[in-house]
Design a protein around this ligand. Structure first.
Ligand SMILES: [Zn+2]
Length: 380
């Protein structure tokens, strides 16, 4: 490996390229001009702006606001600087990490190219709609799981086995009516007083204790589930996440930093935590959810009844109910659903008696996941 490299030096004030030789010492880069004058740059203050890719020119900058620049072509330089400068070499690209970085960049680049074309033609929501059906279900599941861990940490879950199994039987009854769906629906009940429920990509339905206890009948609970299931089946949560991630990717493209891949997920999780769907998606989840209720023989009027309870508790559509804040325009929805729910099934299904339901909806008073039992349950 050479100990001396040839390159060019620009002083930041003029465009003149001075041919220089470059030496590496343990603490600093030495730039030796033709007249013998030596400029010393401590490694910790150097910024590498180019040369992260095989064959690309290496460009180093030093100082502000008009940085001095060194340009060189020799690919052995980066490996040498890593070797000689040890811990102070962090500002420099390590060629040994190239394969991973390259793959990430190619992936991001492909997504970005597609996005730019898609963004131009359809805007980000249109693009998300287009991309979502091509995302493998296993990716959606992993995404949903990682968000679930954040929103519903295992110690916050209500896990009383008997009552939870009864609630899961309602989920199973609904999901059996959509046999060709690739998603396996899982229910998590969280021990929080908030009145809310939401769906995560890949099949996770999360219900907060506050909502469970606000339902008067098991069929009302089923109607909330039917609505959330449609957010999963129609990939609303996945699409919403893609929309958020696209924004992060565009920022990454602008800053050139594609290595923060993990950060996208965290950002997505934060966004899903306060998930709001478009009015269009909410309308679809209502309509399709209502059809799902009809398909399993539950009177769709139960869905209307639940919205009426929500509206009566929070007549001003205020944010006191999280469910209403993520499901706005309650009056309008009640009106539309009432029109759709005109024909009750001749023998509406009763999932449980009202007595049984009082008992079942008290799930969270009987168990939170802090018992030794619970730790077992949550790992299942
Ligand atoms: Zn919804």
């Amino acid at each position: 490996m050479p100990s001396l490299w040839q390159g060019f030096y620009l002083d930041g004030r003029s465009a003149t390229r001075h041919p220089v030789s470059i030496q590496l010492t343990t603490a600093a880069l030495h730039i030796v001009k033709a007249d013998g004058h030596t400029i010393r740059w401590p490694y910790s203050e150097i910024v590498q702006t180019h040369g992260a890719y095989e064959g690309e020119q290496i460009r180093l900058e030093y100082g502000a606001p008009l940085p001095q620049t060194v340009i060189l072509q020799d690919s052995t330089f980066l490996a040498a600087i890593q070797q000689i400068s040890g811990s102070s070499a962090t500002p420099f690209h390590n060629p040994r990490q190239r394969p991973l970085r390259l793959r990430l960049t190619i992936l991001a680049g492909m997504v970005l190219l597609g996005m730019m074309g898609g963004f131009y033609m359809w805007g980000i929501p249109g693009l998300a709609k287009l991309v979502a059906p091509h995302i493998p279900v296993s990716w959606e599941e992993q995404l949903g799981m990682s968000v679930l861990e954040q929103i519903a940490p295992s110690e916050k879950r209500c896990v009383d086995q008997t009552r939870l199994a009864a609630l899961e039987s309602i989920v199973a009854r609904l999901s059996r009516a959509v046999p060709d769906s690739p998603y396996r629906i899982r229910l998590t009940v969280v021990n929080r007083p908030t009145v809310n429920a939401f769906a995560l990509p890949g099949g996770q339905v999360v219900v907060f204790r506050g909502l469970l206890e606000a339902t008067e009948t098991p069929e009302q609970f089923a109607s909330v589930l039917a609505h959330e299931l449609q957010h999963i089946y129609k990939q609303h949560s996945t699409r919403s996440l893609i929309e958020q991630a696209s924004t992060s990717l565009l920022i990454a493209a602008a800053t050139g930093d594609f290595t923060g891949g993990v950060a996208y997920g965290i950002e997505g999780a934060r966004v899903l935590g306060v998930l709001r769907y478009s009015r269009l998606h909410e309308g679809e989840a209502d309509r399709e959810g209502l059809r799902l209720l009809q398909a399993v023989g539950i009177d769709p009027a139960e869905m209307v009844a639940f919205y009426q309870i929500m509206q009566a508790q929070h007549p001003h559509d205020d944010a006191a109910s999280s469910y209403l804040s993520t499901h706005p325009d309650t009056s309008d929805r009640i009106e539309k659903l009432t029109a759709l729910a005109v024909a009750p099934p001749p023998h509406p299904v009763k999932l449980f008696s009202l007595e049984e339901w009082k008992e079942l909806r008290s799930l969270c008073q009987h168990s939170v996941a802090s018992s030794p039992h619970a730790a077992m349950d949550s790992s299942q």
